[in-house]
Design a protein around this ligand. Structure first.
Ligand SMILES: [Zn+2]
Ligand SMILES: [Zn+2]
Length: 307
């Protein structure tokens, strides 16, 4: 009798799992397709951020494969009340497998304030990635040296940052070619701007999310490199500085059109991107413009099985 009950429970669990898979597949069919300008998902969307939070979505935690959480910790524009702004960039990323910081902003105190306000524990980081040598991206590193001595810091090999990182009690890891630093997280090989600059690509169920610092080599080139080196079939979002303040419209158009050609569904031009690029995207590809700033949070479904 007991065996019968167990068999019934087992059968129920199997059918429940199958139903879950089917539901998951149905849900996936609503996800944005490659290059679809009109394919703006309703969930991972940060414009119209609520008063106290810019959560982009309620997440996909219920789907069983976890969430990739991306939070802008330092930026020159404020999206969420109570956070400090500063000219620079820092983005916190949490996947089911790892936690890391991409750039650190210009100042330890701003990084500390915003991390505390957003309940992000910097001593739980597994590593840091520094995009390039400019102070508005490296200035928060002394705080990391204090809260997590010995932490790995990936830097572009030709950036000249190794000595500085070591002097803070941290462990520099020079990058000269694309490396998968955690399951589904890559540091993309540095390209020359000047200066040498690397970006990070994170795998999600929606596609790749590429984080860029200042994009001195050109944001389209950097994303193209990320696609090539990761073998990703689609890019969901690009977030970061595009270095296009005061740039001629032909250059703005060339870089944005390049991103669109690569199929980027959502573009978040923050930090040093400039109003010109936001205006261009708003005019030509309105469905793809993401509103960013400090406090922006995207909670995206993590891919099952690969992290
Ligand atoms: Zn910058
Ligand atoms: Zn820079």
């Amino acid at each position: 009798m007991r065996r019968v009950v167990r068999a019934v429970i087992k059968a129920f669990l199997i059918s429940a799992t199958a139903a879950g898979i089917l539901l998951g597949a149905a849900y996936m069919s609503y996800l944005p397709g490659k290059g679809g300008a009109g394919a703006t998902p309703t969930r991972p969307h940060a414009s119209g951020a609520p008063k106290t939070s810019a959560h982009a979505s309620s997440g996909a935690g219920g789907r069983g494969c976890g969430t990739v959480r991306i939070v802008v910790l330092v930026d020159n524009d404020r999206l969420v009340k109570g956070l400090q702004t500063a000219w620079g960039l820092s983005i916190y990323v949490e996947t089911p497998n790892t936690r890391f910081l991409f750039d650190t902003g210009p100042d330890p105190s701003v990084l500390k304030h915003n991390a505390e306000a957003l309940h992000i524990n910097l001593s739980s980081l597994d590593f840091v990635v520094i995009s390039h040598c400019h102070g508005d991206h490296t200035g928060g590193l002394p705080l990391i040296g204090e809260v997590k001595p010995g932490l790995k810091v990936y830097v572009p090999a030709p950036s000249g940052l190794e000595g500085y990182v070591r002097s803070l009690g941290l462990k520099p890891v020079p990058v000269s070619k694309t490396v998968e630093v955690a399951p589904g997280v890559w540091v993309i090989k540095p390209l020359y701007g000047p200066p040498w600059e690397e970006c990070v690509a994170v795998n999600t169920s929606y596609g790749l999310v590429v984080l860029v610092g200042c994009s001195h080599p050109g944001v389209d080139r950097m994303v193209e490199q990320a696609v090539k080196d990761t073998g990703a079939r689609k890019v969901y979002a690009v977030i970061g500085g595009f270095h296009l303040i005061g740039a001629p419209m032909s250059k703005v158009a060339q870089e944005v059109n390049g991103l669109v050609r690569l199929g980027v569904a959502k573009i978040y031009p923050i930090h040093c991107s400039g109003e010109e690029v936001r205006h261009y995207i708003r005019t030509h590809y309105p469905g793809r413009l993401g509103v960013g700033g400090v406090g922006l949070e995207l909670d995206l479904p993590a891919p099952c099985g690969s992290g």
